[in-house]
Write a protein that binds this ligand. Structure first.
Ligand code: GLP
Length: 252
């Protein structure tokens, strides 16, 4: 098996710094690069580190384009739990990216299938994703691609599993408020990215990270497909690496 590029960080904040350095290098190399971006709590330190670089005058987002992985169905972009709102608040409003150069799937599109097709066309029109940032769900989901019988192909509407809704309920008042469906880039779409950066932090992710990177490649563990990507970098903190250190000390 090929060795995975696995970078260890002492904590989540340092993992964010390492991830931000990698994305910053991609932006410096190609100022109009297309970044695939992610939500969730994991990328927040990385976004803070990118903002710090921008504020220090080291990073210009003027020509950068971005496509987000996913969005809840039924939430408008001004809903505080929508991923569009999250991206605007946490990152876009704090850097000089142009709003028209940022795309997040439209959670309230009248024709959702057309919206998914348009998303794929947009990615192609922008020349494909240069660097895709990913987090990982506790069941191994990437984007909102949940465990399934086959790996999903392109952007589509999916039903969220009970465990994902339960995990994401912390952001809502009640479980009933967590949307039941989402629009997500497909796994096939994610795999077309030229480079992928998976960031994983926290002890609660240690087992699924080990399973994803060292277990069978199995659509029941969606992130396991990443083993097949030629330019995957994983940045994880020591807590998330604990199972890998135990079972695969040779990985370091
Ligand atoms: C959500 C997002 C994923 C994200 C996952 C993990 O379900 N759709 O893209 O990776 O949560 O989130 P966190 O980083 O908060 O653990």
């Amino acid at each position: 098996m090929k060795k995975i590029q696995l970078l260890s960080a002492v904590n989540a904040s340092i993992a964010g710094n390492i991830g931000a350095d990698l994305l910053a290098a991609a932006i410096l190399e190609k100022p109009d690069c297309l970044l695939g971006l992610a939500t969730g709590s994991t990328p927040v330190p990385l976004y803070h580190a990118l903002i710090a670089k921008h504020q220090a005058g080291q990073l210009d987002f003027n020509q950068v384009r971005s496509v987000n992985l996913d969005e809840y169905v039924g939430l408008k972009g001004d809903h505080p739990q929508s991923y569009r709102y999250f991206m605007n608040e946490v990152l876009f409003s704090k850097i000089n990216i142009r709003q028209e150069n940022t795309k997040v799937p439209d959670g309230i599109a009248a024709d959702q299938n057309a919206c998914c097709e348009a998303y794929e066309s947009q990615i192609k029109a922008w020349g494909g994703i240069d660097y895709q940032l990913l987090g990982i769900g506790q069941n191994g989901h990437i984007g909102f691609n949940e465990p399934a019988a086959v790996f999903s192909r392109r952007t589509q509407v999916v039903a969220l599993t009970a465990s994902t809704r339960e995990a994401n309920k912390r952001f809502f008042d009640r479980l009933e408020d967590v949307p039941t469906h989402a629009i997500t880039m497909g796994i096939g779409t994610i795999m077309t990215a030229r480079k992928i950066l998976l960031v994983c932090t926290g002890e609660q992710k240690a087992e699924i990270l080990e399973k994803s990177l060292f277990g069978e490649i199995d659509p029941q563990v969606p992130a396991s497909v990443l083993q097949l990507h030629r330019r995957l970098t994983v940045v994880a903190d020591e807590a998330a690496l604990s199972t890998i250190r135990l079972k695969h000390p040779e990985a370091f």
